[in-house]
Design a protein around this ligand. Structure first.
Ligand SMILES: [Zn+2]
Length: 272
């Protein structure tokens, strides 16, 4: 699932389309698949609402990407598990893997395109005005941006005190506490901090809290820099090494805890 660094990458991609006049919007219907990306407006109305306008600004909030239209309306994207944005410059051809999974295509008068593609077809796109952000589930309740100056250690400790008996993993991925951390970066942060994902937040020492806090900043920043250089961050990350493989620090086989539809990977030797 795209997390803070990945969505920052999508922001960079979307920014290439700013100020270009939109000629039309196509909500793509693939044979045998439901058209379900666009949430609160019909494809026809979305098209009417965007044609002739241009994007004036792009922002990220947690795992959401918000594109502002010259009408002052907003398009809010959530990429769920496999969604992403692709920018096609003028004169180029859409790569087959993007075309096969394209869900919404913004065509510009320059004939460049901004494409939301999504293999699993779970991503969402909302059309809202300034007063309607509450239409988007969670967006108004989202917590502090972890790379912002407001995310201090004292704030983190106050959030941890609220989380109490919850598991560290659940605390880190709860968007109402901290914005933008998901399964992969939370595993990475806990591995770096030597803390097991199933520890209760209330059981963490001041030193463990400090290590988690520092690694939230460090790992997200590292992921962000990697993504913005156009590289894949996966090579740096523990999670993709998967169960059965070994801890890069102590060589113990990694273990997994099932959590809903996902797994938390950790080292049973060096995470306590
Ligand atoms: Zn280890």
């Amino acid at each position: 699932m795209p997390e803070l660094p990945d969505v920052e990458g999508f922001k960079q991609i979307a920014s290439q389309s700013l100020k270009q006049k939109i000629s039309t919007v196509v909500v793509v219907a693939h044979p045998g698949e439901k058209v379900r990306t666009v949430q609160n407006i019909s494809p026809e109305k979305l098209k009417q609402a965007c044609e002739g306008l241009f994007f004036t600004d792009v922002k990220r909030r947690g795992k959401f990407l918000i594109l502002k239209l010259s009408s002052n309306d907003h398009l809010v994207f959530h990429f769920m598990l496999t969604g992403y944005l692709y920018y096609l410059p003028t004169g180029q051809v859409v790569p087959p893997e993007v075309a096969a999974n394209s869900r919404v295509v913004f065509l510009f008068t320059t004939s460049s395109q901004l494409i939301m593609a999504d293999r699993r077809n779970l991503g969402k796109l909302f059309f809202v005005n300034d007063a309607q952000f509450n239409v988007v589930p969670l967006l108004n309740d989202i917590g502090t941006e972890p790379l912002s100056p407001e995310f201090t250690f004292s704030l983190f400790k106050r959030l941890a005190a609220k989380a109490g008996a919850r598991k560290v993993k659940d605390f880190l991925v709860d968007q109402r506490f901290i914005a933008g951390i998901g399964n992969i970066y939370s595993d990475q942060i806990m591995w770096q901090a030597h803390v097991r994902p199933d520890r209760e937040v209330a059981s963490l020492s001041e030193e463990e809290l400090k290590l988690i806090y520092q690694n939230i900043k460090k790992e997200l920043q590292l992921g962000l820099e990697t993504v913005l250089k156009g590289k894949e961050p996966e090579a740096n990350l523990l999670t993709v090494r998967r169960k059965g493989l070994h801890c890069p620090r102590c060589t113990t086989p990694l273990a997994a805890i099932k959590r809903g539809a996902t797994h938390s990977y950790f080292c049973p030797q060096c995470q306590k």
